[in-house]
Design a protein around this ligand. Sequence first.
Ligand code: C2E
Ligand code: MG
Ligand code: MG
Ligand code: MG
Length: 290
Amino acid sequence: YEAKRDRTGVEVYEATRDGNTPDRLGLLADLRRALDAGEVELHYQPKVRFDGVVSGLEALVRWVHPERGRVPPDEFIAIAETSGLMPRLTEYVLETALAQVARWRKGGLTVPVAVNVSPRDVHAPGFAGAVAGRLARHGVPAGALQLEITEHVLLEDPQRAADTLAALAGHGVKMSLDDFGTGYSSLVHLRRLPVSELKIDRSFVARLAVDAEDAEIVRCTVDLAHSLGLLVVAEGVEDDETWERLRDLGCDAVQGWLVAAAMPPDETTAWLRARDGVPDSPEHSRPRPE
Ligand code: C2E
Ligand code: MG
Ligand code: MG
Ligand code: MG
């Protein structure tokens, strides 16, 4: 860091250009160690269709720091992104998720798993080939993996990102556009990205039942997605009323605490088994705050 003196002569530490502070650097070092030690875990949150079919699981990282306790993903992912650790984190998440998918498949559970990837990953040279290699090593068919990307992948080098995503799609990997509606949503992006699913951001879903504008945004998004042949998943569904509204608007699947929060692997297995053949309705599940 650069140490500077302010006008009162007190030494102040300015964040370096990448926004690192001593606290962030400490966390970064700890995260690197935690990844090497296998202390970072994946939990899985179901995506469920209105007819009750579990259409997939989303892998979400969980890190319990030995002293700080649970660190929210948003926090350490931002650090990983600006530090160069992101490829390592993604490699870890992909490996862990694919090993789990392989175990589930051996046990007769063939549900696809979605992994969140950052723009950094998509821009890394050889990313598509590396993903294909990992699938092959784990003996997992490409259709059992989904990658959740955001429109931010198109900010840096749109052509390169589009090429990488096209290569992944060519391998048979499905792509989902996460957090849709926040930031840079545009029709151009939708046309340019080989995605098969669109996830409506929680910020629109949360107040869907009480805010007419949010309801209209969700309606338009569902219609737009369907007219482009995409499936629509709503994230952050917490109550029955929202679930019903989404069903009536023609949304394809939901994710949220109403159905289930992200669960550790064993709990996910039990959840999948218990639910096998049980039609979905809000009465069958209770909110489970994380
Ligand atoms: P996301 O991919 O949009 O994931 C959805 C977030 O909403 C998750 O937060 C999930 O736990 C939370 N959530 C699910 N249902 C509900 C609900 O009903 N109500 C509310 N209030 N929240 C709900 P989480 O796990 O804290 O992750 C936050 C973000 O961190 C994710 O947003 C994703 O962008 C990122 N992330 C998580 N895991 C990974 C990962 O393995 N790799 C990368 N690159 N990013 C990840
Ligand atoms: Mg996601
Ligand atoms: Mg999201
Ligand atoms: Mg999000």
